[in-house]
Design a protein around this ligand. Structure first.
Ligand code: NAP
Length: 247
């Protein structure tokens, strides 16, 4: 089948491998946000489609037969566009969303927030030196309010402008617990801010925080798209593709 995988996640790369090995005509799509992205196997296109209309045109032009939206759980703009473009084009859409951390053994000890403003306010209650791991796009919620704080920020790309009091670490997962403990100790982190990205790639910080007795503030996930077949692993997404007519 001619399959388009909307990617930018480890799960999308794993799915690309399964579909590629299975002989599908596969293209992965990346937004182009990261300077040197980890590339999946198979064909790759990079850059936005140009909204719902642009994506619809792409699907028609490239005679795509199925789309797997394997974007990050917080990439809601792409998710909605994919839902609309596929519905309007009559093309099957499968959503691959890794499980969140709500079932994590420590989840009941965390301070859950509905959005970034609420997360910032909660973090202010729990510490002075936050470890901010919610991603580059969320920086506007923190830079002014925390201009005078010793914030430890971790981002993938180095091109961020932050207050001079902040320390920036450029890195991307997977991380391990000893490394996270050492980093948090080194910077005397006393509160961790994250969003409920889920999965194992970036989960070590949660165990490290528990080990160090550092409070954790977690931004809740946006609700899943209604009416879309949703699976939680690359294997399940490949199985759902195999069940489609024409596969
Ligand atoms: P977003 O806000 O949902 O999407 C904004 C726009 O970016 C979309 O309308 C689309 O532009 C373009 N876009 C997003 N994902 C795309 C893809 N896979 N292929 C082609 N165009 C894409 O997305 P985001 O939160 O900025 O995330 C961007 C990418 O980074 C995604 O691939 C996502 O999986 C990955 N990522 C996001 C996060 C996060 O926390 N949000 C974390 C890790 C990785 P057009 O309207 O022009 O088509």
């Amino acid at each position: 089948m001619r399959v388009l995988v909307l990617g930018g996640t480890a799960e999308a790369r794993a799915l690309a491998e399964i579909l590629y090995d299975g002989g599908h005509d596969l293209t992965s799509s990346l937004a182009g946000r990261v300077a040197s992205p980890r590339l999946p196997v198979g064909q790759v296109r990079i850059g936005g489609f140009g909204g719902v209309t642009g994506m619809r045109d792409y699907l028609t032009e490239h005679r795509v037969e199925a789309v797997v939206d394997a974007t990050h759980p917080f990439a809601t703009g792409m998710r909605e566009n994919a839902r609309k473009a596929c519905a309007e084009s009559g093309i099957a859409l499968i959503r691959l969303a890794r499980p969140g951390w709500a079932e994590h053994p420590d989840a009941h000890t965390w301070h859950w927030a509905d959005d970034y403003d609420a997360a910032r306010e909660k973090a202010e209650r729990w510490g002075q030196r936050p470890f901010l791991t919610t991603g580059r796009q969320t920086l506007p919620f923190f830079t002014s309010a925390w201009a005078g704080r010793e914030v430890l920020l971790r981002v993938v790309d180095p091109d961020v402008e932050v207050p001079t009091a902040w320390r920036v670490v450029h890195d991307r997962g997977p991380y391990v617990i000893p490394g996270e403990v050492a980093l948090m100790r080194q910077h005397r982190v006393d509160v961790l801010l994250t969003k409920d990205s889920g999965g194992s790639y970036t989960a070590a910080k949660l165990a490290a925080a528990a080990q160090l007795g550092v409070p954790v503030v977690v931004v809740r996930r946006p609700a899943q798209a209604a009416g879309v077949t949703t699976v939680d692993s690359p294997e399940a997404a490949a199985a759902a593709i195999a069940l489609l007519p024409g596969a």
